[in-house]
Design a protein. Structure first.
Length: 123
């Protein structure tokens, strides 16, 4: 442990952006965004399997990295800003952000679905 010159800690908090689209485009958008907004993001490829289909995309995670420590609200606001950037860059209609306490969904679509519609679309 003595080899480390610095140790920082921060309260644990995260916000995860779930969005479909090309992984390379998502990662490039994140690279540009973090240059202007100092922080660290984790990008993981994922598959979305839902009633009626499947898509590939990413989970982009913002954590309370001690080097760039922020409040919970600041992390969520940063995730929203990045989520909207990725949404525009990948021409997606929607994205989801989860935190330890709340899930948020934004969509350009004005559709509403009943449980029967969702169940029928899976058949």
């Amino acid at each position: 442990m003595d080899q480390f010159k610095r140790h920082l800690s921060a309260k644990t908090y995260w916000a995860r952006i779930y969005i479909s689209g090309p992984l390379a485009k998502i990662k490039q958008t994140c690279r540009h965004w973090v240059k202007a907004n100092p922080c660290c993001v984790n990008v993981s490829k994922t598959s979305f399997i839902y009633s009626g289909g499947e898509e590939t995309g990413a989970c982009v995670e913002l954590v309370n990295y001690p080097k760039f420590a922020r409040s919970n609200e600041e992390i969520l606001e940063a995730a929203k800003a990045l989520g909207f950037k990725i949404k525009a860059a990948t021409a997606q209609d929607s994205f989801l952000i989860t935190t330890p306490t709340t899930t948020h969904w934004w969509s350009d679509r004005e559709q509403t679905w009943s449980l029967d519609d969702i169940t029928r679309s899976a058949l």
